[in-house]
Design a protein around this ligand. Structure first.
Ligand code: SPV
Ligand code: MG
Length: 294
């Protein structure tokens, strides 16, 4: 028996995530799209990596609209998982199809040790929740079949299944959002993510106040970003996902640097605003004896 097994510490990242979700403070995850950004998330001190469909799609130069395939998402999550010690929560959109697709995806993700999968109740092909367009939902009972299929495919495995309702995003009322959450929990979800594009946290806080199950809630405070992690935790949220701040920082930084480089015509012009090679070497895990000056 391993030392960890003897001490009762979880031996899998899924087990670790389950332990964190039951802990005294919110689990904090940050969006990522590759090994490097996942390492940055870990290095900054967060608890988990959110393998974001928005970020992974953007990293391919594509809209977050079910264009990237399941195996591309899986490869991206695997790359993040392979170089970090913290759990990866894979954003799996609508589960890549129907219940059979969901079951297959769960088996593939579980086999490589991904800690959690999150699936949402929009219609396939889905489009990002903040796109300025109407959003269509799958009937709750049909989505519950995907959760059920995922749970069965896990066959007792410890991967965490997060069911995400887009009811509020799609303009449905609070009652429906709560009913959907309850239906998904009954179908086997370990946690329920209620997404909102409100500028204020009131919507998700009302959801949490009326949530009557012992199933942890998940929040993505992108638009209602003034709310604190502590307020969310006290309301009942156990996982807080900062979904895309890293990618948006990179887009801004790279764009500005390249514009400056283009205007100046010397590499030196941007030296002051970019990381030295040694910093990247360190992130890559290059042996320190190889580190260099630039
Ligand atoms: C993502 O990061 O891909 C998410 C969160 O699903 S959101 O972009 O808000 O839909
Ligand atoms: Mg997504």
């Amino acid at each position: 028996m391993s030392e960890r097994a003897k001490t009762g510490l979880p031996t899998t990242k899924a087990g670790r995530l389950r332990q964190l979700l039951a802990g005294p403070s919110p689990v904090r995850a940050v969006g990522s799209h590759d090994g490097l950004t996942a390492k940055l998330v870990q290095q900054a001190g967060f608890d988990a990596v959110w393998a974001s469909s928005f970020e992974i799609s953007a990293s391919h130069g594509l809209p977050d609209a079910s264009l990237v395939t399941m195996t591309q998402y899986l490869d991206a999550a695997a790359a993040m998982d392979a170089v970090t010690d913290i759990p990866v929560i894979a954003d799996c959109d609508t589960g890549f199809g129907g219940p059979m697709n969901m079951a297959y995806a769960v088996q593939r993700y579980a086999r490589i040790g991904i800690a959690a999968m999150c699936v949402e109740d929009k219609l396939f092909p889905k489009i990002n929740s903040f796109a300025d367009t109407d959003q269509d939902l799958l009937p709750a009972e049909e989505f519950a079949l995907k959760i059920k299929a995922g749970r069965e495919a896990l066959a007792g495995g410890d991967m965490v299944l997060v069911a995400r309702t887009e009811a509020l995003i799609a303009g449905r009322d609070m009652e429906e959002a709560l009913d959907r959450g309850r239906t998904y929990a009954a179908a086997g979800a370990d946690a329920v993510l209620v997404h909102s594009k409100s500028r204020r946290p009131d919507e998700v806080l009302e959801f949490a106040a009326r949530w009557d199950l012992d199933v942890p809630l998940v929040a993505v405070p992108t638009t209602y970003g003034t709310v604190s992690e502590q307020e969310l935790y006290q309301a009942g949220f156990r996982l807080v996902i900062y979904a895309n701040q890293g990618l948006r920082a990179a887009v801004r930084a790279v764009g500005e640097t390249l514009r400056e480089l283009n205007a100046a015509g010397t590499a030196h012009s941007v030296d002051g605003r970019i990381a030295p090679m040694s910093e990247v070497f360190a992130l890559q895990g290059m042996p320190s004896s190889y580190h260099t000056k630039p």
